[in-house]
Write a protein that binds this ligand. Structure first.
Ligand code: PLP
Length: 402
């Protein structure tokens, strides 16, 4: 018998499997609303001109292909921290943030899991994540050896965040538990707490000595303003929390396949930051040795050049703005179709996704009858919506929900 005869077939990834299905569909009207990757008005992937300019500069500079260090490109990490925490951040100025480059946001999450697990940081070695959350969060932390628990987050009736439920679950968790928080543009619901609600959440977490891990995959992409999107993180830091921050540059810089991200940990002092960083490096070295260089160089080139950075901010805003326009168009088209449902959440939600509120049966009907592909929870990637397909999409949505 073959050595691998006992290896069973695994299930297809719920999101990437959807793309495979879409690719096989031969209907010309088909619409892909699965994967969270930006598309331009023409429905095609878009490489930001600021990214192209940075690539050109890197090529002209004739950089070599040597390995980066275990913790990545130091100038990239410094700029990434400034981007996340802001120019005026006290712990940043005091040099007490440990930071390393990671394999995008996924790699940052996994490293947090490994770090928590190795040092028993969280009560009962459990991490609490919102219900629902990005599908990959659960296996990431489980594979890192942690117990995954959920806290109340979304309320389907109010189609928004159930902050009271969230706070109750935080109070009920053992003191010193780790909580995963989406920094902005919660995936999949597109619903975030308000700044006042974040303040309440911060107070409870402080009383309970909980450990906040901010997963930040959409800074700048959510509202179009990177400073505004970092509001919750900066509030927590100002309130004295020793946060961990995972940053992804996949969506906001359109660098998906370059795998560029960072993980940082706010520490009490410089000495503690050095110790934490040394341990992050010990976790990285046996996993993948050191991160890829190209994407980090691109971000570093943009964020260290005021003109390029300004250009990038405008381009990032143009992506956010297009998505906001598509939300308006989708809602008005649904109204035009005569839908009597309340679709105000389509425009209330922010970021890449619209949590449409349709049932799994309706999702399957959208797929089979209308060739529109979205995840089973009814999540629509707004990036896949264009002026060309929005009326077809609205008609199909109305058809399955009437
Ligand atoms: N975290 C959240 C909440 C996400 O939505 C995503 C991507 O969809 C990621 C992390 C990780 O993305 P990447 O590993 O491509 O940076």
């Amino acid at each position: 018998a073959s050595t691998w005869a006992e290896v069973p077939m695994g299930p297809a990834d719920p999101i990437l499997g959807l793309t495979e299905m879409y690719n096989k569909d031969t209907d010309p009207r088909k619409v892909s609303l699965g994967v969270g990757a930006y598309r331009g008005e023409d429905g095609k992937p878009w490489v930001l001109p600021s990214v192209r300019a940075a690539e050109k500069k890197i090529l002209e500079d004739g950089v070599n292909k040597e390995y980066l260090g275990i913790s990545g490109l130091p100038s990239f990490v410094d700029l990434s921290l400034r981007f996340g925490y802001g120019d005026n951040s006290a712990p940043l100025k005091e040099g007490r943030i440990a930071g390393v480059q990671t394999l995008s946001g996924t790699g940052a999450c996994r490293l947090v899991g490994e770090f928590f697990n190795r040092f028993g940081i969280s009560a009962q070695n459990a991490i609490y994540m919102p219900n629902p959350t990005w599908g990959n969060h659960i296996p990431i932390f489980r594979d890192a050896g942690m117990e995954v628990k959920q806290y109340t987050y979304f309320d389907r009736d109010i189609v928004g965040v159930n902050v009271e439920g969230m706070i109750k679950d935080m109070k009920d968790a053992p003191d010193g538990s780790a909580f995963l928080l989406h920094a902005c543009a919660h995936n999949p619901t597109g619903s975030d707490p308000t700044m006042d609600q974040w303040r309440e959440i911060s107070d409870v977490m402080k009383t309970k000595k909980h450990v906040p891990f901010f997963d930040c995959a959409y800074q700048g992409f959510a509202s179009g303003d990177a400073e505004k999107d970092a509001g919750a993180i900066r509030l927590f830091v100002d309130e004295g929390h020793q946060v961990l921050l995972g940053q992804s540059f996949a969506k906001n810089f359109g660098l998906y396949g370059e795998r560029v991200g960072a993980l940082s940990v706010v520490c009490a002092d410089k000495d503690e930051a050095a110790r934490v960083e040394s341990q992050l490096k010990l976790l990285i070295r046996p996993m993948y040795s050191n991160p890829p260089a190209n994407g980090a160089r691109i971000v570093q080139t943009i964020l260290s050049d005021p003109a390029l950075e300004k250009q990038w901010r405008e381009e990032c805003k143009s992506m956010a703005d297009r998505i906001i326009r598509m939300r308006d168009l989708l809602k008005s088209n649904l109204e035009k179709e005569g839908s009597s449902r309340d679709w105000s959440h389509v425009t209330d939600q922010i970021g890449m996704f619209c949590y449409s509120g349709i049932t799994e049966d309706q999702v399957l009907e959208m797929r089979e009858k209308h060739h529109v592909y979205m995840t089973k929870d009814g999540r629509i990637s707004m990036a896949g919506v264009t002026k060309e397909n929005v009326s077809y999409l609205a008609a199909a949505l109305h058809e399955v929900t009437k």
